[in-house]
Ligand binder design. Structure first.
Ligand SMILES: [Cu+2]
Length: 123
């Protein structure tokens, strides 16, 4: 193998790496949420998670756990605002304390992302 061939292979590898990196940026990242991360709020009637990409509802969901790490009951998730917002109704009033939102989504480009954040319900 000649040196120029090796250089060409290195160059192609570099381009592929750059392409993969720019594709990673297109995944659905959580942009904002309501309640917001670390916010202190009155018991919310709905969770709204706004992502950077359109979502596939069938493979997207949220789990919310209460201060005792028990899962709370949620309504059926729906998409709104150009399918970039995952809206999840919360049935009932949440007792004061720290809640953890554990989300996972599939964006329409076929990539999965997930994350965890917390918010607080004020007394
Ligand atoms: Cu992606």
């Amino acid at each position: 193998m000649t040196m120029s061939k090796l250089n060409r292979i290195a160059f192609i590898a570099l381009i592929l790496t750059a392409a993969a990196a720019s594709q990673a940026l297109a995944h659905a990242h959580l942009k904002t949420s309501s309640p917001a991360e670390k916010a202190s709020v009155v018991s919310p009637g709905e969770l709204d998670l706004t992502f950077t990409e359109e979502l596939n509802l069938k493979f997207s969901g949220v789990k919310v756990t209460d201060p005792d790490k028990k899962e709370i009951t949620l309504g059926d998730a729906a998409l709104k605002d150009d399918d970039k917002v995952l809206a999840v109704p919360i049935s009932g009033t949440l007792a004061p304390g720290n809640y953890t939102v554990d989300w996972h989504v599939l964006s329409t480009d076929g990539h999965k992302t997930s994350g965890i954040y917390t918010f607080t319900v004020k007394p």
